[in-house]
Structures are given as C-alpha cells and as structure tokens.
Write a protein that binds this ligand. Structure first.
Ligand SMILES: [Zn+2]
Length: 380
C-alpha cells in the first residue's frame, strides 16, 4: 500500500522553527533532530515505495536516554526491537488481540529511535499509570468509534484492521505520524510542542490518511494532495468535536491546539474556520494557508492549499451539522479518484448530498449548501 507521506507537523513549520532556533543554538536542537528523522523517513520511503520503514537515528543523535513517562515495567519485558515486519510478542498478563478485530495495541518505545519496543497495553487491558499510554489508547478508540458510529466504517480498511500505537518514540521528538502499520507519537520538546498524545485530532488526522488510501487514493500533490490533507483535518476535527461533545457551532475548528507548549498557548497548526490565522509568532513563523481559491498556491504543499477545502467543510458543517457534513464528505471520498480536482469534488459532493438528502440522512437543502459554499470558496 503506497501511503501518503504526512507528518503531523509539516516541513515548513519545522523549517521555521529551526531557523528561529539556529539564532540561539550552536548545537542541533531536538527540533533539528526531529526534522532529520522526518526527512530520513521521506527519503527512504521515496526510495523503497511501499515497504514499512524504520528510520535511521539522526546523525547528531541523542546521547542521553531519559526515563520514559509512560512505562509500566513487566517482570519480563518483551522487546522485539525495531523490526517492522516481525510479529509482536505479547507479554504475559496482556491480552492477545486477534487480527482484524479493530483492537488497539500500545507500545512504549522508551525514548529509543525504534518501534514496538515494549507492549504495554492492548485492547481491554486496564489503564496504566503512564498518562500518554492511556491517552493514545483512548484517542485511537475515539477515532475507531467515530468511524464506526458516524460513518459505519470498520477501522481504517473497513475490515477491522488492528491499530498499533507507539508512545515515547525517540528523544523530544517533535512530530507524530502513521506509517501504514502503526501510529507513532513523540514526546515533543516541551518548548514548542507537548506530548503528541495530548490532542485527539493527531491520530484522527493521521489515521484518516489510511482511510483515504483505502478509498479515493488521492495523490499527494497539488489539488488531490490538498484534498487528501483536508480530509485528514476534517475527520480529525470531527473526532475532536465528538470527544468534547461539541458541534459545528461550539467547536473551535483549530487543528493541533492541544499539543502547543504553554508559552505558545492559544496558537494552533491550522484554523479550518479562518485559514491563515492559526499562528503568527517568532518561533513558528506565520500561517501560510489561503482561505479561498483567490489565494491558491499552484503546486503548493498540500498542507497549504488544504485551507481552501477545510473552510469549505467548515461552511457546510455550520449549516448542515458536523455529522451530516461528515457523512457527505465520506460518501464523496468513496466516489473520488486519485487525480480528482477541487471542482470534481464539488460535483461529486453535490451528487452524494442529493442521495443522502433523499434518504433523509442529511437536510433536503444539502445539495444547495454544498454548491453554495463551494462557490463562496471559488471552487466552482
Ligand atoms: Zn496529514
């Protein structure tokens, strides 16, 4: 399966942060190490195509290994190293999930640059003292529940794929990602980003890239890429709102605000309601997202042009309701193709809105809302 290459923190944000840091630091900081690891992934994935990959540690890699915050010690910790393909060994006392039962398996990487080090909590196992293990378990559960209960989908592949999550990956790793087989969370460096398990829209966003790959298969460049990115923000936001018992009117429509460190409180990575306003500070730079087609960046990064689609969804959801708009978007996703453009998406979305309106699933005005908001955004 050819996964899109998406890190939760996009390259242009990391680049801005590194630039700001370079003025203060003579030695590579954790951000630079995070960027190196992320870039190593991108390069190796480009070379290897579909294989699940393990990144090389950064060349200026960490020399210290702090105690991990989410570890439960087992009498016989089972380590399966960094092999991406070896089957997981289940320590005594933990459940042994059956494949295809949409089960969660949580691993503690103990601040090593390796995956699936110690299996600490699986489906139906009790909560542990470590906060991020439980947050990851709950966030994956909330994402699976959203897909099951709102969209009628059985995990990422609709066949009950089990979800593997890694916490405490690397040292101060300022990112999170889904690599096609596992969700990986860094601890953040504590100055710019906090532990990436702290915002449910992180796994909501990343796991949705898997759903997109199993449905529309949108290419990860230009307009299909922006549609791919927006779809991850859309369903990540839906999961976030659902967990917090909010609807379109009360939700803040911010992506990533829960992982900002205290000194950047109030900033976020993206604003779906007002693209281009999520952040503006000396560390992160300024949010480059356009809000409408008037600001479309030809050939731009999918994380930039996704603002246009994000705001389109926000406008639909504020009129129709979040779940209703999500159902239209999900039906649309299942009828798009890898090279679909924004205007194609508007046509498909209006057609799907008609079908769902006739079935009584969404309000009868939904087709007009889809077209009206698409025109407002300059998409059609
Ligand atoms: Zn993404």
């Amino acid at each position: 399966m050819n996964q899109p290459i998406c890190y939760y923190i996009p390259a242009h944000v990391l680049a801005n942060i590194n630039l700001a840091r370079a003025k203060d630091l003579s030695e590579p900081g954790s951000l630079q190490q995070s960027a190196k690891v992320s870039e190593a992934f991108r390069q190796r994935r480009r070379q290897a195509g579909t294989a699940a990959l393990t990144p090389a540690p950064p060349s200026a890699g960490p020399t210290r290994v702090p105690a991990s915050s989410g570890t439960r010690s087992h009498s016989v910790p089972v380590t399966r190293g960094s092999s991406a393909l070896a089957p997981a060994a289940i320590p005594a006392g933990l459940t042994t999930p059956i494949p295809g039962t949409h089960a969660r398996l949580i691993y503690d990487d103990q601040n090593q640059w390796a995956f699936d080090l110690v299996d600490v909590r699986n489906e139906d196992d009790p909560a542990l003292p470590g906060q991020n293990v439980n947050l990851a378990y709950d966030a994956l559960g909330a994402t699976l529940e959203f897909y099951r209960e709102v969209l009628g989908r059985n995990s990422i592949d609709n066949l009950g794929l089990n979800l593997d999550a890694n916490v405490n990956y690397g040292v101060d790793f300022d990112n999170a990602f889904w690599d096609g087989t596992r969700m990986v969370f860094g601890n953040g460096d504590g100055n710019i980003f906090q532990d990436f398990t702290k915002d449910v829209d992180v796994p909501g966003h990343e796991l949705t890239h898997g759903v997109t790959q199993f449905t529309a298969g949108l290419q990860y460049s230009d307009q299909p890429g922006a549609l791919n990115e927006a779809t991850s923000d859309i369903f990540g936001a839906c999961v976030d709102a659902r967990v917090n018992h909010q609807d379109a009117g009360s939700f803040n429509w911010l992506i990533g605000e829960g992982i900002m460190a205290p000194q950047l409180y109030g900033e976020a990575l993206r604003s779906m309601a007002y693209p281009g306003t999520a952040y503006d500070n000396s560390v992160m730079g300024r949010d480059p997202q356009p809000a409408t087609m008037a600001g479309y960046v030809p050939g731009g990064d999918p994380h930039v042009n996704s603002g246009i689609i994000n705001r389109w969804f926000y406008l639909m959801a504020t009129d129709l309701g979040m779940d209703e708009a999500a159902k239209i978007w999900y039906a649309t996703l299942q009828n798009l193709w890898p090279t679909a453009q924004f205007a194609d998406t508007a046509q498909v979305a209006a057609a799907q809105a008609r079908i769902l309106a006739r079935a009584g699933t969404v309000p009868s005005r939904a087709p007009q809302t889809v077209r009206g908001t698409a025109r407002e955004q300059g998409i059609i």
